[in-house]
Design a protein around this ligand. Structure first.
Ligand code: F0G
Length: 516
């Protein structure tokens, strides 16, 4: 489709070849609104309707004119892009704007501090690190309390009673105190555990990838950071048991009836529970409100914080700024990225509720690029555009999202032998195909078995219908749709037409047409 460069590929060379083999190796030369453009072999510009939407980063469309003009004015005005460790009033402005929305959508007044980052994965790493710092500081405080108590107990001169789980201390109280200290040093150093629903996707950095369920992404790096336990969200009993199995304690001494014995004091073992209100990579799955409420009650009773990852679902896509507001679950941490940068800048933020916030965290997490004047001010403008006209953007997301979902559902009703399910909320929709490993077409069955069928469909839709659609990364028989709020009724109809043709090809087991 595009002129082939005369130099061998060095920029992530493998993926380029793979995309080309599926007909997806297109070089887009321009983008505007809901469209991307490439030039065909004759040099003519070809328009493609983008339903991938920058993987969820272009809620306002590509090169949104307001954002572009504002970006130009910032640069023309000589905005001090990189001035780390100076006063950033605009960062505070953004934090306040986000707090105002949060207070409105959740009906609370508690403030959230904002820590700035560069990507969705980094925003989650901020939350993961902060939760761990909080846990470590709590364990440190518990250790200090035990330490003070040990000396006091030793000074009583009381006889030694039961020492379990430690062995009997034949050498007396000093030996027992030493054994308690040694055991505590080990217990306090136990690595943390994170909990996440099955199917979670939270990024690909060293800590966040451990919370990303897909083993293909996660397992090569499992030795690098704290591990997650993936739990079935609806099974509160299983989650409770998982928490039970992780319980950790410190040992302490107590004097009871004039006798010293060993007691156990609980310390936090689970750093945090992380969830996406609408799971993206797992195949666009809206979490169940009741299950989330039960989960929140359980976690509150255990004092385990919740990290709500709104990297993909947030910024208005669900019909509210925070998709979690539909579920009634307010995170102790809330992460935002993707559309926060308006499709122009790279911006990410972690909101941390005041009651859990540790000031010292600011000294241990920072980045050369985060909180820069350009991306932060762009993010402010994005939030202003979403909030304009009393939240017209959210109403648009709801309205157009319902139309898109209705179009997909009518395809499911008509082709229920091919389409398994349609899921989503607002402008985050997924269409899942039935298992196609038994298709009479070798091409279809092989690609389905190899987990690549959604990419084959994407190649077909691009080539034959000028539609840009991709599968969800960890459930490749689900196509995802995350267009901008400006998607028109005609564009929705165009999407349905292309999908109908695809479904008919799949039903006819016509692998040749899919391959092109
Ligand atoms: N959290 C969620 C829920 C995501 O969907 C993603 C990325 C991230 C975190 C990581 O953000 O890429 O800025 O570091 N999802 C991409 C996707 C990969 O396919 O939608 P990042």
């Amino acid at each position: 489709m595009n002129p082939v460069a005369d130099k061998p590929e060095l920029a992530e060379p493998h993926i380029g070849g793979w995309l080309a083999s599926l007909g997806l190796g297109v070089e887009y030369t321009r983008s505007a609104g809901n469209s991307l453009y490439y030039r065909d072999a004759e040099g003519a510009e070809v328009e493609v309707l983008d339903l991938v939407g920058g993987y969820g980063s272009t809620i306002l469309g590509h090169n949104n004119p307001d954002i572009v003009d504002y970006a130009k004015s910032l640069l023309d005005g000589g905005t001090p892009v990189h001035a780390q460790f100076s006063k950033h009033p605009y960062a505070n402005d953004l934090a306040w704007k986000l707090n105002t929305i949060l207070h409105r959508e959740f009906g609370v007044t508690e403030h959230y501090s904002a820590v700035f980052a560069n990507s969705g994965a980094e925003a989650n790493e901020v939350a993961i690190k902060h939760a761990e710092m909080d846990r470590v500081l709590k364990i440190g405080a518990a250790l200090a309390a035990v330490e003070a108590n040990l000396d006091a107990v030793a000074a009583t001169g009381a006889a030694i009673g039961a020492t379990a789980p430690l062995p009997a201390a034949a050498g007396g109280i000093d030996e027992l105190v030493a054994a308690v200290r040694a055991a505590n040093a080990e217990r306090a150093a136990t690595p943390p555990v994170y909990l996440a629903p099955e199917g979670s996707f939270h990024g690909k950095l060293a800590a966040s990838v451990q919370l990303t369920h897909n083993p293909g992404y996660r397992t090569p790096f499992s030795a690098m950071a704290a591990q997650a336990r993936f739990v079935p969200l609806e099974r509160t009993d299983v989650i409770a048991k998982t928490i039970e199995a992780e319980r950790k304690t410190l040992l302490d001494l107590a004097v009871d009836g004039g006798v010293v014995h060993v007691v156990e004091r609980p310390i936090p073992a689970v750093s945090a529970f992380i969830l996406e209100p609408i799971q993206g990579e797992a195949g666009i799955r809206v979490l169940d409100r009741d299950a989330v409420a039960r989960l929140r009650d359980l976690l509150d009773a255990e004092d385990i914080p919740v990290i709500v990852d709104e990297v993909q679902s947030g910024m208005g896509r669900s019909g509210a700024f925070f998709a979690s507001s539909h579920l009634g679950v307010r995170g102790d941490y809330i992460t935002l990225a993707k559309s926060l940068g308006g499709g122009i800048a790279k911006a990410a933020i972690t909101l941390i509720r005041a009651s859990r916030y540790r000031d010292d965290f600011e000294l241990v997490h920072s980045s050369t690029y985060a909180k820069d004047s350009f991306s932060t001010q762009i993010a402010i403008r994005v939030v202003e555009l979403l909030e304009a006209d009393g939240g017209e953007a959210y109403r648009l997301a709801t309205r157009q999202g319902e139309k898109l979902l209705a179009a997909l559902r009518s395809l499911r009703d008509e082709f229920s032998d091919v389409v398994k399910e349609v899921r989503g909320k607002g402008l985050m929709a997924g269409l899942e195909f039935h298992d196609l490993t038994g298709s009479g077409s070798e091409v279809i069955s092989e690609q389905a078995a190899g987990g690549l069928i959604g990419y084959l469909f994407s190649g077909y839709l691009l080539r034959e219908h000028n539609l840009r659609v991709f599968p969800t990364a960890s459930a490749t028989n689900t196509l995802r749709f995350e267009p901008s709020i400006h998607i028109t009724d005609e564009e929705i109809a165009r999407t349905a037409t292309g999908l109908r043709a695809l479904i008919e090809v799949v039903r006819a087991e016509d692998g040749k047409t899919l391959l092109g």
